[in-house]
Design a binder for this molecule. Structure first.
Ligand code: ZN
Length: 178
């Protein structure tokens, strides 16, 4: 399991230990019992409580030697933020993205840089989708994201430079010109 999965599970594990009511991280439903240690312990994620139905499902899938991939857990399929930039001109969208999303994307890029070459990008993609309004797609190598805007598609590329992470924005217009 790569660092980003671990980080997300660590956050949740701390909440579970503190007795905070959470949704079941595997199915995403509000089925966790109030007393945390009355719930089922996951067979696949260390010290992680899941609801009883998920505990049973894990046992059955294990029996069939076909466990659910961790990336399919509900905790990695967050709600998308409301709104997008489809009615906003690219230039205005870029200003808003630069102010509100670029700092987050730079932090995400830096964490991804720390991963091993074969790390799974899935939790990074889900985190970006959760945090970034209007984000259409995100790719890891090279690290870039796209947004649909009124006059085309914005593409942001993040690159490591000597003095930090540089974000470059390009507009791909509907007529195909950059
Ligand atoms: Zn569950």
């Amino acid at each position: 399991m790569n660092q980003e999965f671990e980080r997300i599970f660590d956050d949740l594990r701390a909440k579970q230990l503190a007795g905070v009511h959470t949704l079941c991280p595997r199915c995403g439903l509000d089925k966790m019992k109030g007393k945390m240690n009355c719930n089922a312990l996951s067979r696949h994620v260390r010290d992680m409580f899941i609801c009883d139905d998920c505990g049973t499902a894990e046992a059955l899938l294990d029996f069939m030697k076909n466990p659910l991939p961790i990336a399919e857990w509900a905790i990695f399929h967050p709600e998308r933020p409301a709104g997008d930039f489809k009615a906003t001109a690219g230039e205005d969208a870029w200003k808003e993205i630069q102010a509100e999303q670029a700092p987050f994307l730079i932090r995400l890029f830096k964490r991804w840089e720390q991963e091993l070459p074969d790390a799974d990008f899935t939790p990074y993609r889900y985190e970006a989708q959760k945090m970034c309004k209007g984000l259409a797609q995100i790719w890891e190598r090279p690290f870039h994201v796209t947004y649909e805007v009124a006059d085309g598609t914005l593409m942001l590329r993040l690159q490591r430079e000597e003095d930090g992470v540089q974000v470059t924005c390009d507009m791909i217009r509907k007529d195909g010109n950059v």
